[in-house]
Design a protein around this ligand. Structure first.
Ligand code: SF4
Ligand code: SF4
Length: 106
């Protein structure tokens, strides 16, 4: 079990959650952040600080964002388990589900 970042993070990315994570398992993509499913220790510290309520316990992801369980897993298919987000910094891509989100008007 793990925590999941869902659609509301897209294009917000204020990174408040990163500050709270004790194991540095929240990784930054181009338009959204992603929780590493194996590195997350389920502490729940990130969930209350998100200003747009994008973070959910895996079992509590709202139905309309159910796909984001797989989004957070599949984002790491190429990365494996880096063991810490800070060393990677910005990862200049997104999962296709995030990349396909309409870009908000400037
Ligand atoms: S706190 Fe919420 S909106 Fe901010 S980066 Fe984290 S998941 Fe995204
Ligand atoms: S639940 Fe804890 S370990 Fe998992 S991403 Fe949030 S702050 Fe990090």
């Amino acid at each position: 079990m793990t925590y999941v970042i869902a659609q509301p993070c897209t294009d917000v990315k204020d990174k408040a959650c990163i500050e709270e994570c004790p194991v540095d398992c929240i990784y930054e993509g181009q338009r959204a952040l992603y929780v590493h499913p194996d590195e997350c220790v389920d502490c729940g510290a990130c969930e209350p600080v998100c200003p747009v309520e994008a973070i959910f316990y895996e079992d509590d992801v709202p139905e309309q964002w159910a796909a984001y369980r797989a989004v957070n897993v599949e984002f790491f298919d190429e990365l494996g388990s880096p063991g810490g987000a800070a060393q990677l910094g910005l990862i200049g891509r997104d999962h296709p589900t995030v990349a396909e989100q309409p870009v908000p008007a400037a």
